[in-house]
Design a protein around this ligand. Structure first.
Ligand code: NAD
Ligand code: IPM
Ligand code: MN
Length: 359
């Protein structure tokens, strides 16, 4: 166990896991931008590629090598992931081991997903502008429906029964709610909205209700708002300006952040951080491996690049992080984008533009 905080390790070693499909394409561009920022600000970054992907899994049967989690925990400052998912592995076995394995194994309980409209032209909503779409989602990242507890009875027969459990612990619920409240306080926000489905999940999501009410009293300066998740999706479209911080469980957070990505211009733009304060964190675009775009030059690398900006910030390089975000904003303004944002540039042309802009 390495007691040195990840940010203070020297050099700041970053594990790069490009993964599958367009994960590889967008990671290559994020690397260009990280290298450019590293050179310009003389950052102590050391990028180390780890070839854990579907190809390797299919060849060797190994997904996450033995000892990998301890190695990441002790010998790196950060982890960057492209995306996982390959049609040849329909049960996502390797992705579960690697992606969820890192989230769970390193106990990265905060999945932080900002939703920010960088340019008014990208908003799919009528009469909404940049000031209307600017909130963050705190997704619980280590419990809920993702715990893989369940099974099949009489599998493959007409009498088959499938059971899949959700787990919600007071400790787990409290710590993600607290993270959301702390973020609100630290960033001058006035409201935290918690979304659940406690009208149906009367045990599990009632725990969220009770914890939220208790913490709301502690953070009395923050307005507490509650929405059932179905109403949340409606309000995200109808009045996105009414949100500052949303906090919710693992699966609802997964779903509503794809919706959030659409509000900001598409999945190609959405960034995320998997965090546990004081420990090695993991950064990744919100999108998946989009196999049909793999290697075609059509993937938008901006979500990956913005995830790299979140990583730079976490590593203490605020100026570099802001410059990378600024380069993305400028590229969008200049139309230096891939087709999903209306441009005609390829994945690597966008990466080259962004790397040059931060150089
Ligand atoms: P996806 O995010 O890969 O793609 C959905 C659609 O969004 C694509 O068809 C494309 O139109 C668009 N899109 C996504 N990323 C884009 C980008 N960078 N540039 C331009 N357009 C982009 O989701 P999916 O099709 O549901 O899943 C494909 C695979 O990825 C599956 O195996 C899934 O399990 C996996 N997945 C992985 C992650 C992850 O690694 N974090 C996240 C989501 C899905
Ligand atoms: C995400 C993805 C993953 C999730 C999948 C690939 C397991 O959709 O990161 O949003 O559900 O968390
Ligand atoms: Mn998702």
């Amino acid at each position: 166990m390495n007691d040195t905080p990840p940010q203070q390790r020297s050099p700041q070693r970053i594990a790069l896991l490009p993964g599958d499909g367009i994960g590889k394409d967008v990671t290559a561009e994020a690397v260009k931008v990280l290298e450019a920022a590293g050179a310009r600000w003389n950052l102590p970054l050391e990028l180390v590629s780890l070839p854990w992907d579907a190809d390797r899994y299919l060849e060797t049967g190994e997904s996450l090598p033995e000892g990998a989690l301890e190695d990441l925990r002790d010998n790196y400052s950060s982890i960057f992931i492209g995306a996982y998912g390959d049609p040849r592995v329909p049960d996502m076995a390797h992705a579960k081991d690697i992606l969820l394995g890192i989230r769970f194994g390193l106990d990265l309980f905060i999945n932080f997903r900002p939703v920010k409209l960088y340019d008014p032209s990208l908003c799919p909503l009528k009469n909404k502008g940049q000031e209307d779409v600017d909130f963050v989602v705190f997704r619980e990242n280590t419990e809920g429906a993702y715990v893989s507890i369940g099974g099949n009875f009489k599998k493959g027969t007409a009498d088959e029964v499938a059971v899949q459990e959700e787990i919600h612990t007071r400790k787990g619920v409290e710590r993600i709610l607290r993270a959301a409240f702390d973020y609100a306080v630290a960033h001058g926000k006035t409201q935290v909205c918690m979304a659940d489905k406690s009208n149906v999940m009367q045990y599990a999501h009632d725990l969220w209700q009770r914890c939220f009410a208790e913490l709301g009293e502690e953070y009395s300066q923050i307005e507490t708002r509650h929405l059932y998740v179905d109403a949340l999706t409606m309000q995200m479209i109808r009045a996105p300006e009414s949100f500052e911080v949303i906090v919710t469980n693992n699966m609802f957070g997964d779903i509503v952040t794809d919706l959030g990505a659409a509000l900001q211009g598409g999945l190609g733009l959405a960034a995320s951080a998997n965090l546990h304060p004081g420990r090695v964190s993991m950064f990744e675009p919100v999108h998946g491996s989009a196999p049909k775009y793999a290697g075609t030059g059509r993937a938008n690398p901006m979500g990956a690049v913005l995830s790299a900006a979140l990583m730079l910030e976490d590593l203490g390089h605020q100026e570099a992080s802001a410059a990378v975000e600024g380069a993305v904003i400028e590229a969008i303004r200049q139309g230096e984008t891939t087709a999903d944002l209306g441009g005609s540039r390829s994945t690597s042309e966008v990466g080259d533009y962004l790397a040059k802009a931060v150089s």
